[in-house]
Design a protein around this ligand. Structure first.
Ligand SMILES: Nc1ncnc2c1ncn2[C@@H]1O[C@H](COP(=O)(O)OP(=O)(O)O)[C@@H](O)[C@H]1O
Ligand SMILES: [Mg+2]
Length: 361
């Protein structure tokens, strides 16, 4: 089956699309990749919504804007490729994610982007709202990526940690062939905070190769203040809200400190959280993916502080940026095939469920 998986991560750096050929649950082949940017206007609306929240009108508008924006990009992609997809798996844009135990619901999450705009344009079924189905089944809605990490990487070593360095750093722990032993959780920020600072102070989307961070020094008290938000004893599997809290501390730091020092400080928070986690788990191999692998200073510092064998997924022949779109192609495949997934030990979902809903116009 030919399926496109698409999403924009928390970094909002790009709307990414990957056409995959899926023959079975273990045979997923990436065929064509495409990425497109949000317009400056779209980005401002989304950044404001995630940081400051919004009233119902603001949310309704952003929801349709994201749907229209993805359908436009999808149209461009479909023109470029010869083989056309039969199904599209659409994650949308996360604008809110918070774990809480209120009223028996394990987490509140919101991925926006009206799928009808995509299904109307492509005339194909669009599977969407994957996290909502997990939460309805009693789960936390995250993390979902351990599923694809297990499929792609389990053969490479006995005990594997896959660390995704997106806006947030999340980890999957895979031991052998048993999917029910896989665990996964968010560790803390990867690029989210440094991106936040470079945007505010340097008018840059990110710190290219860690150029600014390498010129800065750690601001000790701010380092500890941010680290505390992501304390391991917090017992949370997925972060989102906490990242927004940390951004507010970054705003305070920037009133007095140099941008370089602030960037170095938040990068070192990420290095500390990630390397402590790896040193505790002691995997036989750590595999890194996500945009953060392109930041050479960040990778160098993680490798220095974590005493475990490490590779970047590209070195194993799987391009770092393909992995997340592949996940949503795979989830759409299982939904269309009416196959249930069992996320009990990863998200806490109490029953196996069909991931996502289907929009077809
Ligand atoms: N050359 C680079 N130097 C530094 N950072 C980079 C580079 N390329 C990508 N990144 C980082 O990776 C991020 C995108 O990673 P991605 O995995 O797409 O995150 P998300 O899933 O949150 O969208 C960018 O926002 C940036 O911080
Ligand atoms: Mg991204």
């Amino acid at each position: 089956m030919l399926i496109i998986g698409t999403l924009s991560g928390t970094s909002m750096n790009a709307k990414e699309f990957l056409l995959c050929e899926i023959k079975s649950e273990d045979k997923i082949k990436p065929l064509e990749y495409f990425k497109d940017n949000y317009s400056q206007d779209e980005k401002e609306i989304l950044t404001d919504l995630t940081l400051n929240g919004g009233d119902t009108e603001k949310i309704a508008l952003a929801h349709d804007i994201v749907g229209i924006s993805f359908s436009r990009s999808l149209k461009k992609f479909l023109k470029e490729i010869v083989k056309q997809p039969e199904v599209i798996g659409f994650h949308g844009q996360t604008v809110f994610h918070k774990e809480n135990g209120k009223k028996g619901i394990k987490a509140l999450t919101l991925q926006i982007g009206e799928p009808s705009f995509l299904s109307l344009m492509a005339k194909k079924p669009v599977v969407y709202d994957f996290r909502k189905s997990d939460i309805s089944a009693g789960g936390r809605g995250a993390p979902l990526s351990p599923l694809i990490h297990y499929i792609l990487f389990r053969k490479y070593a006995k005990k594997i940690c896959v660390v995704n360095l997106g806006g947030i750093a999340n980890i999957s722990i895979i031991e052998g062939d048993d999917f029910y032993k896989v665990r996964g959780f968010d560790i803390g920020p990867a690029n989210a905070l440094s991106n936040f600072i470079t945007k505010q102070k340097l008018k840059k989307e990110f710190d290219p190769n860690g150029k600014y961070a390498s010129k800065g020094k750690i601001i000790e008290n701010s380092f500890h203040k941010i680290l505390k938000i992501f304390d391991r004893s917090r017992k949370k599997t997925s972060l989102g809200f906490e990242i927004e809290q940390a951004k507010k501390i970054c705003n305070e730091i920037l009133k007095e400190e140099k941008a370089e020092d602030a960037i170095r400080t938040v990068i070192e928070v990420s290095v500390k959280l990630i390397s402590d986690e790896l040193n505790m788990i002691k995997p036989s191999l750590a595999i890194f993916c996500g945009g953060g692998v392109r930041n050479s200073l960040f990778m160098k510092r993680i490798k220095e502080d974590s005493k475990v064998p490490a590779v970047i997924s590209d070195e194993l022949g799987i391009k770092s940026e393909y992995i997340e779109p592949m996940l949503f192609a795979f989830l759409a495949y299982t939904r269309i095939r009416n196959k249930r997934i069992n996320m009990k030990n990863i998200t806490g979902a109490k029953i196996p469920y069909l991931p996502g809903k289907i929009s077809l116009m």
